[in-house]
Design a protein around this ligand. Structure first.
Ligand code: AMP
Length: 394
């Protein structure tokens, strides 16, 4: 069965077509700078025949043009891998949040309405998935669309992990609770850990990338996570604040004349690694600047300290820790961040093997006899989504 996975960003679209259950990637496509009059990258690859089509500056005015260009290649005689749209069993989306629908759902009007309802909580994500889904529905009306919501994996959290200490009716009436995100990534990490460690283990999955979250995993299931109701809390992000004292907001508005939009913009665009360092929202730039720049070093120190604080807290809640897993652009590539974080876990018996992570494959960084294992797991959220769509009865 062919499952198409769609990942939609503000100006980018990524697709992978899987043959399931073999998990073979048949084709993939990446489109960048959608809507930019100067054009952007359009890259398509037929993985079966090794045929690649790359245009560095293809003008893609909107999502519909991008999706149609991809589907035309996918079904073409020369470069294609399928005969027509009907060969796609379902389209799976890395959707984020829909009010009332937190798991894996066939997308119908109610699911779309739930996404609209929560636009204010996840504006940077829901907007683009709504666009992508509606475009696919128009082009392929007979194909089932499945939303693998980023909240799905965290549905196993116990109530004491997802409730905040606010008036109880905020939860009952308005649904204000921790939902957690990055579910496709953390569940893929959990699958990898289960393969390596068997079914009984306690671990923390650290998804560190453009946005970052940590998840406490017990026997494959999420029991706590650092994202909350929104994706604005938890770890400092590249330009988003992460955890703050909410009274900052009241103070700035009541005493310093900020509008709600100004505060929101500052918390989303001028905070986090960028806010502290004043250098960049790309950690590579900040790492480069750190030896000569106190604030850049401080940004890295704060980031790592927060990661340590979460891992330590989760270890205490779970009553032990068998593994730490790093994934995402930073988790996979930054030996600086990993090294700084791991230097705190000698007290749990951690013994590193002195080897580096190898690119593109699961690496074990700890010595054979280390009671606490450390893995670097290349993120593969798309495969996580394809697996969950394949498991559905459509
Ligand atoms: P992602 O969102 O998972 O694609 O990750 C993007 C983030 O990974 C960016 O902030 C990059 O700065 C960061 N990143 C990628 N490679 C490296 C590296 N070698 N060292 C430090 N950060 C990196």
């Amino acid at each position: 069965m062919n499952i198409l996975v769609c990942n939609a960003g503000s100006t980018s679209l990524k697709f992978k077509l899987y043959d399931m259950p073999s998990e073979a990637v048949l084709a993939e496509c990446r489109i960048e700078r959608v809507g930019d009059g100067n054009g952007g990258l359009f890259s398509y690859k037929n993985e079966q025949k090794g045929i690649a089509v790359t245009e560095e500056q293809k003008v893609i005015p909107d999502y519909e043009a991008g999706i149609r260009a991809f589907l035309a290649l996918l079904t073409s005689r020369e470069q294609g891998v399928i005969g027509g749209h009907s060969d796609i069993y379902a389209v799976g989306y890395k959707t984020v949040l829909s009010k009332g629908h937190y798991g894996v759902h066939v997308i119908d009007d109610a699911v779309l309405a739930g996404m609209e309802d929560y636009l204010v909580v996840a504006p940077a994500h829901n907007t683009f998935y709504l666009q992508a889904i509606r475009t696919f529905q128009k082009i392929m009306p007979a194909t089932p669309m499945v939303g693998v919501f980023e909240t799905a994996y965290h549905q196993t959290m116990p109530k004491e992990a997802y409730l905040y200490s606010t008036p109880y009716e905020w939860y009952e009436k308005y649904g204000l609770r921790r939902y957690g995100y990055h579910g496709a990534s953390h569940s893929y990490v959990a699958d990898c850990l289960t393969k390596r460690l068997g079914y009984e283990y306690k671990a923390v999955s650290c998804h560190l990338g453009g946005s970052g979250s940590l998840t406490a995993i017990e026997n494959g299931k999420s029991v706590d996570t650092s994202f909350g109701f929104s994706l604005q809390v938890g770890l400092p992000q590249m330009s988003r604040a992460g955890d703050i004292d909410p009274y900052f907001i009241f103070y700035l508005m009541k005493e310093e004349g900020f509008t709600i939009d100004q505060v929101e913009q500052d918390l989303q665009k001028r905070s986090g690694i960028l806010g502290i360092s004043g250098v960049s929202n790309d950690l590579r730039d900040v790492e480069k600047a750190a030896p000569q720049n106190e604030r850049a070093q401080l940004a890295i120190d704060i980031y790592c300290r927060e990661i340590v604080r979460y891992i330590g807290g989760y270890a205490a809640i779970m009553g032990g820790l068998d593994a730490i897993a790093f994934t995402g652009g930073i988790g996979e590539n930054s030996a600086t961040v990993r090294g700084k974080v791991l230097s705190h876990f000698g007290y749990l018996g951690l013994r590193l093997a002195g080897r580096e992570a190898s690119r593109g494959e699961v690496s074990t960084l700890t010595a054979e006899d280390s009671p606490l294992k450390v893995f670097v797991i290349p993120a593969n959220e798309e495969l996580g989504i394809a697996r969950q769509v394949a498991a559905m009865r459509l």
